[in-house]
Design a binder for this molecule. Structure first.
Ligand code: SF4
Ligand code: SF4
Length: 423
């Protein structure tokens, strides 16, 4: 990635510290990803993206900025990309998934903040991630307390708009969310200098729906008895979907899905027969957090589905494409986004129903409920998740972890025991 040094310099990055990150990532990726056998050829695209992770997409974004486009950095699957795209803006995900950035976050945040928040703040303040430098404006949301307060700190360093996500799903909350999306459209128009029109928003809704459909095709392939793709590879595709151009993302995912469907027809599997099938549920796994997938898939099981924001919550449910007024479109967006089931909602029975449904659809042998340390909402909701799974006769293991490797051995022992218990 050395070709990009000038670009990083122009972005005001801390080159020395960033260099240390660039040195560890290829080894980590090689150990976790390139050691797998019989991977789908289509994964070559995502391998390439990772090999140039701080170069290729950032340089595309900078080029787009030179042509007058604005980049919006987001942290949550409730922020509607469609509105930004309708105004010719670009969205990039900003959630930090590496321990590398955590100490930077701890300089300003309490230590008992979840690692995702600490890494996201650290990546910005330590100037070690180009995406955090490039974004013209950050879009936050008041989903959990940690994020809400962290955005106030980030707002001292970068323009920030925070969306007020309702925390219940009554009809009046959905109305309120539609109104909040309309307010967001105003911010987007001001930032980009472009109007959000019915036609433009309709086009954008179709673009993002197509991306959702393509991601779903890959996930559907994971329902097959013979698994054509590892959980690790599916996770990588999903993590990069937050950064990539949505049209290219759909194209590459559809290409991968074609290959996976052919593999299913040919009876090709990346795991030996009888490999136990695991559904992961819980807090998001931002790139490059591959820790748990790697542990599970080197312990004799396969991850077949993620009920997470880096998983089914990102692509399930489409936005109605038939609306003919902005008011109708904002309502349609609000309805779709409110079908997401984040633990910040109360009550959140929809998530429990989703987990049981997905466990059946993906024919899983067991569920691992994973919680990022200090995420109190998912931790607390684990009570209901684990009770419902037990009632449904589905084995479940609750795990709490962070981005460090210090608990990897201990986690592996627990995961292996769980898999063995599945019989
Ligand atoms: S877990 Fe909740 S707060 Fe985090 S990205 Fe998902 S919806 Fe947003
Ligand atoms: S994992 Fe939990 S604490 Fe961390 S950002 Fe997401 S909702 Fe907030």
């Amino acid at each position: 990635m050395s070709d990009y040094v000038k670009m990083w310099e122009d972005l005001g990055m801390d080159l020395e510290t960033h260099d240390a990150l660039c040195q560890v990532l290829p080894t980590a990726f090689g150990d976790v990803y390139l050691s797998q056998e019989n991977r789908p050829e289509g994964m070559g695209f995502w391998d390439f993206v990772v090999s140039e992770i701080h170069g290729i997409r950032p340089s595309e974004l900078i080029e787009a900025q030179k042509n007058g486009q604005k980049v919006f950095g987001t942290f949550c699957v409730y922020v509607p990309d469609e509105v930004v795209i309708a105004a010719n803006g670009i969205v990039t995900g900003l959630c930090g998934g590496s321990q590398f950035w955590v100490p930077g976050g701890e300089k300003v945040l309490p230590k008992n903040t979840c690692p995702l928040i600490k890494a996201s703040v650290g990546a910005r303040l330590d100037r070690t991630c180009p995406f955090f430098r490039i974004a013209d404006i950050y879009v936050g949301e008041n989903t959990c307390d940690g994020k809400k307060k962290a955005y106030e700190i980030l707002a001292e360093d970068v323009p920030m708009h925070v969306m007020d996500v309702p925390q219940m799903k009554r009809p009046e909350d959905i109305e309120r969310w539609a109104h909040e999306i309309e307010i967001f459209a105003g911010v987007v128009e001001e930032q980009t200098g472009n109007k959000v029109t019915v036609e433009k928003l309709n086009e954008a809704i179709k673009i993002i729906n197509n991306k959702r459909k393509a991601l779903k095709r890959v996930y559907d392939a994971r329902k097959a008895d013979k698994l054509p793709i590892s959980g690790k590879d599916a996770l990588l595709m999903m993590q990069i979907a937050f950064f990539d151009d949505p049209v290219r993302c759909a194209e590459m995912c559809n290409k991968l899905a074609d290959e996976l469907e052919q593999r299913i027809a040919d009876g090709v599997s990346v795991f030996p027969e009888g490999t136990k099938r695991i559904l992961l549920t819980g807090t998001p796994l931002a790139i490059p957090n591959w820790k748990l997938h790697h542990i599970i898939e080197t312990s004799g099981a396969a991850v077949v589905c993620e009920e997470m924001c880096t998983g089914t919550r990102y692509f399930e449910n489409l936005v109605d494409e038939e609306q003919t007024t902005l008011e109708g479109q904002y309502k349609a967006l609000a309805e779709r986004y409110m079908k997401n089931n984040c633990a910040c909602f109360t009550p959140n029975e929809g998530r429990i129903d989703d987990i049981i449904r997905l466990a059946k659809e993906y024919k899983v042998d067991g569920v691992i409920d994973v919680n990022l340390k200090f995420c109190s909402i998912y931790d607390t909701e684990g009570f209901f998740v684990e009770r419902a799974l037990k009632e449904a006769g589905i084995p479940v293991l609750g795990i709490e972890t962070d981005y460090t490797d210090s608990d990897a051995e201990q986690l592996k022992t627990r995961v292996e025991a769980f898999i063995e218990m599945l019989g």
